[in-house]
Design a protein around this ligand. Structure first.
Ligand code: NOJ
Length: 570
C-alpha cells in the first residue's frame, strides 16, 4: 500500500502519476454488449480496451457495475461487494482491472455512498422493525399528527422525498428515487461500514473513485419544512440536504480513512460548492483531488430544475462559469474538465445551433475545454460526435428522471408534444443510447435487442467511419491528447497558468496558458460567421487547427465559423 504524503510544493505543481491523464467515462450498459443480451457488459469493455488505448486514454471512469435492481441504472446498489449479473461477475471485474493495467489504463469506479437501493440487505433489515440494529442506518421519522410526511421536501426525481412504511409506521428519506433510501451518515457504524467497503475496492488496485452525490450526505437535522415552490406544496430538497453545515467533518473522515492511504485520484460530483470553498474540497489538501462543477453544464436548466421551463443562456455566461473556476485552479491544482456525462444531453446539441452541428463545431468544442487547466474527461461517443436522440414517444425512454419530468410537464398543463420536446432536449437517455461502433444493425453495439434504441444517425456517425476518415473528430481528439501528453507543450498544457483573453467578447472563446518560457493561445470562433481579429501576440507556431488550414498574416487572424486554433505565441 502506498501512503501519499502531502508536500504542498510538489502537489501544487502536480507531479503525480495521473497529472497528464485523460479520463474516459464508460456507461457500461450502453458501451459494448459482448454476449448479445442487449445490455453492455464488462467483457465488452475489455474487448474495447485497445480502442481506448489507441485513443490515448489513461483512466476509465466506470459508471456503477455493482449489484443493483437498476431503478436508476446502477446508482441504486443492492450489494457493494458484488457485480450485477447483467454486467458480468467479480472475475470479469478483476480481469478488467488486470487487462487495463497491462495497457497502462487504470479503472476508476463510481462510489455511490449517499444512498443504497431499497433492496440492499442493510435496508431490508432496517425496514424490518423499529428496534432492528440496522434501523438507524437510514433516516426514519414519524409522520406528522395528520399522518402526512415529516416535511415538504421534494426528491430530485419528483414527488415527496419521504416514503411511508406501513409495517413500522414511519417514513424514510430519499433524496433521489424512493428505491434509493439515504444512508444515515450521522451513524458512526454506517460510516465505518462504508470505509471498509471503499478500502476493499481500493485494495484491488483501482486508479481511484468518482464519488457520486457526495455533497448530499449531511442533512439539515432540524428537518424543517421549506418554503413551497410548486403547486403541491413541496420544496426542492437542496436547501435541506445539499452542502449542509458540518459536512466537512464527514468528508475529512472519509478521506482520512480511505483515499489518503492510497495513491489514487478522486473526483467528486459536487454541485453548488461556492468558489471560495473550492480549496477545501479539491486539490492537494482538499477532500478530493478533483471536483465536477456544473455551472457551465446546467446553464440551460432553470432554478426550479424543470426541463420545460425554458432558460436562455449566453456564451458570456458559459465562459464566466468556466473561467472563474480556472482562476481558482491556478493556485489549487486541476479542474475536472468536461462537457458531457451520463446525466447530460450531448454537448453538440446543447451548445451549437442544430444547423451548425458538424466536424468543425465538434472539434472546436473539443479544443476549448480540453486545454483548460485540469484533467480532461471524454464521455463515450463524444469523441465521434454523437448527438441527441429523438424518440417518438415517452414510452421509448428509460431514464427515471425523463419520465418524471414528462409527467410533471403534463401536470403543469403542457401538451404531450411540448412535454416530449423538453425530454428530447434534456433527457439523460441522450447520453445513454448505445455507443455507435459501426454501420451494422444497432450501431454494432449488440446483435440482440438493445435495451435502448440506437440513434438513427449511426450509419454516418460511428467509430468505424471516424477511424477511417483522416479529418474525423476522433482523429482530432487523438491529436489533442497527443499534444497534451507527448509534445514539447505538454508541461504548459498540464501545469501552465490560465490567463484570460478577450473574456468579454460575445463570439470568441479564448484563453492563454503559460508555463516557464512557453505561452499558448487557444482561440476559437464560437459563432457561425467569419471574424477578423488583430493580435497583440506574435504567432510562433500553429499547433492545431480544426479546419486544417488557417489564415494569419500581418498580425491579423481571419477565423472561419467555429474555427479553433491552438497557437504557440510570443
Ligand atoms: C448522480 C448520478 O450521476 C446520477 O446518474 C444519479 O441518478 C444520481 N447521482 C443518484 O445517484
Amino acid at each position: 500500500m502506498y501512503y501519499r504524503r502531502y508536500n504542498k510544493e510538489v502537489n501544487v505543481l502536480g507531479k503525480r502519476w495521473w497529472d497528464k491523464s485523460v479520463i474516459y467515462q464508460v456507461y457500461p450498459k450502453s458501451f459494448y454488449d459482448s454476449n448479445n443480451d442487449g445490455i453492455g457488459d464488462i467483457r465488452g469493455i475489455i474487448e474495447k480496451l485497445d480502442y481506448l488505448k489507441d485513443l490515448g486514454i489513461d483512466i476509465i471512469w466506470l459508471s456503477p457495475v455493482y449489484k443493483s435492481p437498476m431503478d436508476d441504472n446502477g446508482y441504486d446498489i443492492s450489494d457493494y461487494y458484488d457485480i450485477d449479473k447483467q454486467f458480468g461477475s467479480m472475475e470479469d471485474m478483476d480481469s478488467l482491472i488486470e487487462e487495463g493495467n497491462k495497457r497502462g489504463i487504470k479503472i476508476m469506479m463510481d462510489l455511490v455512498i449517499n444512498h443504497t437501493s431499497d433492496e440492499n440487505a442493510w435496508f431490508i433489515e432496517s425496514k424490518s422493525s423499529i428496534d432492528n440494529p440496522k434501523r438507524n442506518f437510514y433516516i426514519w421519522k414519524d409522520p406528522k399528527p395528520d399522518g402526512s410526511a415529516p416535511n415538504n421536501w421534494r426528491s430530485i426525481f419528483g414527488g415527496s422525498a419521504w416514503e411511508y412504511d406501513e409495517n413500522t409506521k414511519q417514513y424514510y428519506l430519499h433524496v433521489f428515487s424512493k428505491k434509493q433510501p439515504d444512508l444515515n451518515w450521522e451513524n458512526e457504524q454506517v460510516r465505518k461500514e462504508l470505509y471498509k467497503m471503499v478500502n476493499y475496492w481500493l485494495d484491488k488496485g483501482l486508479g481511484g473513485f468518482r464519488v457520486d452525490a457526495i455533497t448530499y450526505i449531511k442533512k439539515d437535522n432540524t428537518f424543517k419544512s421549506l418554503e413551497a415552490d410548486d403547486n403541491e406544496g413541496l420544496a426542492h430538497i437542496n436547501a435541506g440536504s445539499l452542502n449542509q453545515e458540518g459536512i466537512e467533518n464527514f468528508l475529512a473522515e472519509l478521506k482520512e480513512n480511505t483515499f489518503s492511504k492510497y495513491d489514487i485520484v478522486t473526483v467528486a460530483e459536487a454541485p453548488g460548492i461556492p468558489r471560495e470553498q473550492l480549496k477545501k474540497y479539491s486539490g492537494p489538501e482538499g477532500f478530493f483531488d478533483l471536483l465536477f462543477e456544473f455551472g457551465h453544464s446546467d446553464l440551460d436548466v432553470a432554478e426550479d430544475g424543470k426541463w420545460y421551463t425554458p432558460k436562455e443562456w449566453t456564451l458570456q455566461e458559459f465562459k464566466d462559469a468556466l473561467f472563474k473556476s480556472q482562476e481558482v485552479y491556478n493556485d489549487l491544482g486541476f479542474g475536472a474538465l468536461f462537457l458531457e456525462n451520463h446525466d447530460q444531453p450531448r454537448s453538440l446539441n446543447k451548445l451549437i445551433k442544430e444547423e451548425d452541428i458538424g466536424l468543425s463545431s465538434a472539434k472546436m468544442l473539443a479544443t476549448i475545454y480540453f486545454l483548460l487547466k485540469g484533467i480532461p474527461f471524454v464521455y463515450q461517443g463524444e469523441e465521434i460526435g454523437m448527438t441527441n436522440v429523438k424518440y417518438d414517444s415517452i414510452e421509448e425512454y428509460n431514464d427515471i428522471s425523463s419520465i418524471d419530468q414528462y409527467n410533471s410537464a403534463i401536470r403543469d398543463g403542457l401538451s404531450k408534444e411540448e412535454a416530449l420536446t423538453s425530454v428530447h432536449n434534456r433527457s439523460r437517455d441522450n447520453a445513454r443510447i448505445p455507443m455507435q461502433w459501426d454501420d451494422s444493425k444497432n450501431a454494432g453495439f449488440t446483435k440482440g435487442k438493445p435495451w435502448l434504441k440506437a440513434n438513427n444517425n449511426y450509419k454516418e456517425v460511428n467509430v468505424k467511419n471516424n477511424l477511417e476518415a483522416e479529418d474525423s473528430i476522433l482523429n482530432y481528439y487523438k491529436k489533442l491528447i497527443d499534444l497534451r501528453k507527448n509534445s514539447e507543450y505538454s508541461d504548459v498544457i498540464v501545469y501552465g497558468k490560465y490567463k484570460g483573453f478577450m473574456e468579454n467578447d460575445k463570439n470568441i472563446f479564448a484563453y492563454i496558458r503559460e508555463y516557464e518560457d512557453k505561452k499558448l493561445l487557444i482561440l476559437a470562433n464560437f459563432y457561425s460567421q467569419n471574424i477578423k481579429l488583430k493580435l497583440n501576440y506574435t504567432v510562433e507556431k500553429v499547433l492545431l487547427s480544426n479546419y486544417g488550414s488557417f489564415d494569419i498574416s500581418n498580425g491579423e487572424i481571419f477565423l472561419k465559423p467555429y474555427e479553433a486554433l491552438v497557437l504557440a505565441v510570443l
